[in-house]
Design a binder for this molecule. Structure first.
Ligand code: UGA
Length: 438
């Protein structure tokens, strides 16, 4: 099939390559010239495991271009542009509306437009009214991919959700989309058809639930810290209940990234607009727990070092999670900034995200400073403390006997509760974590 994908960010670029892998001829469009040029050369503009292989393997079926008129030949058009956070915390819909308007001149009767972006509930109904006269179809088909597993999640999703807007022939639209996803469906992937409002809500509800799970366990960590309990043992024990499950119950410095934080904020704004803001007041607490946990690093360092001003702090990790170079709303970066603002001399190291943030920023309190490097061993030289903020394997597997002698004092704050405390303790380290007993 001939398919177009509008938007070559994380979602769109991976989706385009994955659709080519399914055997389709794909035209992928973006207004960002540098990004398109990189993709044309088979180079991933972001770090995502297996993505470059996927690009190279399907090179002959992929066209990356900035020329929107090229989509004329396609019959199915995916919209995969970003919906970043606007100043009032709502979803900024500029790119969605822009992509849709740019697409309209090339739409023919019978074409299918497939929305993949995360949008406020009600968007698809509004857009379908706009194309009513063209007799084109529209389906909202949210994406649930995780960064770091984007290729796997796109090619083998847990489920496919088809949201049919008002006034659209759901049967015909679903038939076309089934054809696109034929090989995924043949492998038994569940496919759920619903109205588009439900589909839009499925996406934000899923992300809200995941954020809630993380903040729930982080709230338990706060309680554990004052009661002498251990949150990891607690998570293991409640996780054995299959109704609860152990996944996403890792306590630490909390969630970040380009999705969870902005999605829950935009969801709250949308609920307010709809007059049901009260239904989501709990998400405010989820967000406050999340931000509070970041501050815990400063508190622990103060407890251990007396004062932060003038101290050298090494931070392992800048990315919001391992196997990613994404620093959007990264807890690791926000902690680095906060420590620099308290007058610490902070050196962050990250194997991938160092490229995304080579900042050298002066902090406050006269001497605070933040710099970013790649090598995590260099970062600890002369440090008064080490903070593990992103659980990359190279950090988890690092030998503390190599790290300790380089530091001024052997203190480690395990912001992801990911280190083997026995190993670090036997290397002479004092270790502090989040809701942990050591
Ligand atoms: C998230 C969702 O997991 C995807 O299903 C969704 O498709 C995606 O957003 C999206 O909306 O596009 P992602 O942003 O890649 O995916 O990141 P997650 O794996 O969900 O992790 C989010 C944050 O939670 C990270 O900072 C991670 O360190 C943190 N986290 C995760 C914890 O603090 N504890 C945990 O137990 C799990």
């Amino acid at each position: 099939m001939k398919i177009s994908v509008i938007g070559c960010g994380y979602l769109g670029a991976v989706h385009a390559a994955a659709m080519a892998e399914l055997g389709h001829d794909v035209i992928a469009i973006d207004t960002n010239k540098a990004r398109i040029e990189a993709l044309q050369r088979g180079v991933a503009p972001f770090h995502e495991p297996n993505f470059e292989n996927l690009l190279k393997r399907n090179y002959s079926r992929l066209t990356f271009t900035t020329d929107i008129s090229k989509i004329r030949e396609s019959r199915v058009h995916f919209i995969a542009v970003g919906t970043p956070q606007a100043a009032d915390s709502s979803a900024d819909m500029t790119f969605i509306y822009g992509a849709f308007e740019n697409l309209i001149p090339y739409l023919s009767g019978g074409d299918l437009v497939v929305g993949k972006s995360t949008v406020p509930v009600g968007t698809a109904n509004q857009l379908s009214a706009r194309i009513a006269e063209l007799e084109a179809h529209l389906i909202w088909n949210p994406e649930f991919l995780r960064e770091g597993f984007a290729v796997e999640d796109t090619l083998s999703p847990d489920r496919l959700v088809y949201g049919v807007p008002e006034g659209i022939d759901g049967e015909e639209a679903s038939r076309i989309l089934d054809e696109v996803y034929e090989s995924i469906l043949e492998r038994g992937c569940p496919r759920l058809i619903m109205n588009s409002s439900t589909a839009e809500l499925v996406k934000v509800a899923a992300n809200s639930f995941l954020a809630t799970k993380i903040s729930f366990i982080n709230a338990m960590a706060e309680i554990a810290e004052v009661t002498g309990a251990d949150v990891t043992q607690l998570a293991d024990a409640i996780g054995y209940d299959s109704r609860i499950g152990r996944k996403f119950l890792n306590a630490g410095i909390g969630f970040g990234g380009g999705c969870l934080p902005k999605d829950i904020r935009a969801f709250m704004v949308r609920a307010d607009q709809l007059g049901v803001g009260e239904a989501l007041t709990f998400l405010k607490s989820i967000e406050s727990i999340n931000l509070r946990r970041r501050e815990q690093v400063t508190r622990l360092l103060k407890e251990e070092l007396g004062q932060i001003k003038g101290k050298k702090i090494a931070i392992w990790g800048i990315a919001f999670k391992p196997n990613s170079d994404d620093i959007r709303d990264s807890p690791a970066l926000s902690i680095a900034h906060s420590l620099a603002a308290h007058g610490a001399i902070v050196v962050s190291a990250d194997p991938m995200a160092w490229k995304a943030s080579t900042e050298q920023i002066p902090g406050d309190a006269d001497i605070g400073f933040h710099s970013v490097i790649q090598d995590h061993i260099t970062a600890v030289e002369g440090a008064d403390a080490l903070v593990v903020a992103t659980e990359w394997d190279i950090f988890i597997n690092e030998d503390p006997n190599r790290v300790g002698p380089l530091m001024k004092s052997k203190l480690v704050i395990d912001g992801r509760n990911c280190l083997d405390s026995l190993v670090w303790k036997s290397a002479g380290f004092r270790i502090r974590g989040f809701g942990r007993l050591y």
